[in-house]
Design a protein around this ligand. Structure first.
Ligand SMILES: [Zn+2]
Length: 301
């Protein structure tokens, strides 16, 4: 299979299993019975899996190590353009400063991957803005993301992050947003029009809203598809029914990504191989998806 990009891979969901076990033993942290995602969980259950891996990643040494190993694993799997994302504020249980955490990740990836900083839906927009300020002179940080999902208890809405994303644009950082992961396609519209998103993570419900589709096509928005993750998080009925085949037919710049190699037990090559079983996919469209991914990496001006 030709070399590929993986633009959507979470650091805390993509540890090597052997490393996770080693760190758990070293830190005396018990290993949960159900480590892997299973089909048709909900997004909330999926997000709870991160509790274990995050507990292993509360010092700079482990963050750097995992960053480095993810680059090695991706490279060995034929990924020539890699972006790794993580929420630095999730690694502060032992009192690390955000700068130290981001620098540890940068040291680990050592220029072999771009780093994307993730806020989470519901976070204080001021915090997300502080990520951007830290990233201003750290050019290895190539982008900003909003991950997780909205719920009714959250004070802040998607549009409340517009200032942080606008600052990211000003500093030449790329913008991507987890949107419409089985939720309203309106999120895509908000992400593009209010947060200046150039890429959308998941975007599964895109075709339910003609306006969202028009906006995506007009602005060459790239959709970071993660079909296995979508099946496991219960946002598509079956792997075969992932909409990427339809998207590519319509000219949407979609690419294939892993999301979480450890939890989902996938690799970039397995995800691309399996994508051929999705309705409407064929070798030609797979090549197009690969081309789209390779053309969509974030670079700092
Ligand atoms: Zn994700």
């Amino acid at each position: 299979m030709q070399n590929r990009a993986d633009l959507h891979r979470h650091l805390d969901g993509s540890l090597r299993e052997s490393t996770a076990m080693e760190l758990a033993t070293e830190l005396n942290i018990s290993v949960p019975k159900n480590l892997y995602f299973k089909p048709h969980m909900d997004l909330g259950t999926a997000l709870s899996h991160f509790e274990f891996t995050l507990s292993l990643l509360q010092n700079t040494k482990n963050i750097a190590r995992v960053g480095k190993e993810i680059c090695e694993d991706a490279n060995a799997d034929g990924v020539e353009l890699l972006e790794i994302r993580f929420g630095p504020h999730l690694h502060q249980r032992e009192g690390l400063r955000l700068e130290e955490i981001i620098d540890a990740a940068l040291e680990g990836v050592d220029g072999k991957a771009g780093l994307i900083l993730c806020g989470l839906y519901g976070d204080d927009p001021k915090l997300i803005k502080s990520f951007v300020e830290i990233a201003k002179d750290r050019l290895g940080v190539v982008g900003l993301d909003l991950a997780g999902g909205p719920d009714s208890s959250q004070e802040f809405k998607l549009e409340d992050y517009s200032e942080a994303f606008s600052l990211a644009a000003e500093y030449g950082m790329g913008r991507t947003v987890h949107a419409s992961e089985g939720r309203s396609p309106e999120e895509i519209i908000t992400a593009v029009t209010k947060l200046q998103a150039q890429r959308i993570g998941h975007g599964v419900t895109l075709l339910e809203n003609p306006k969202a589709l028009e906006l995506v096509l007009e602005n060459d928005i790239v959709i970071e598809a993660c079909p296995t993750s979508n099946l496991q998080c219960g946002v598509i009925p079956s792997f075969q029914e992932h909409p990427i085949g339809k998207w590519l037919d319509l000219g949407v710049k979609a690419c294939l990504n892993t999301d979480n190699t450890f939890f989902s037990q996938v690799s970039s090559s397995s995800e691309h191989q399996n994508a051929l079983s999705i309705n409407g996919m064929d070798e030609q469209k797979l090549s197009k998806a690969i081309e789209n991914g390779l053309a969509a990496g974030f670079t700092r001006r």
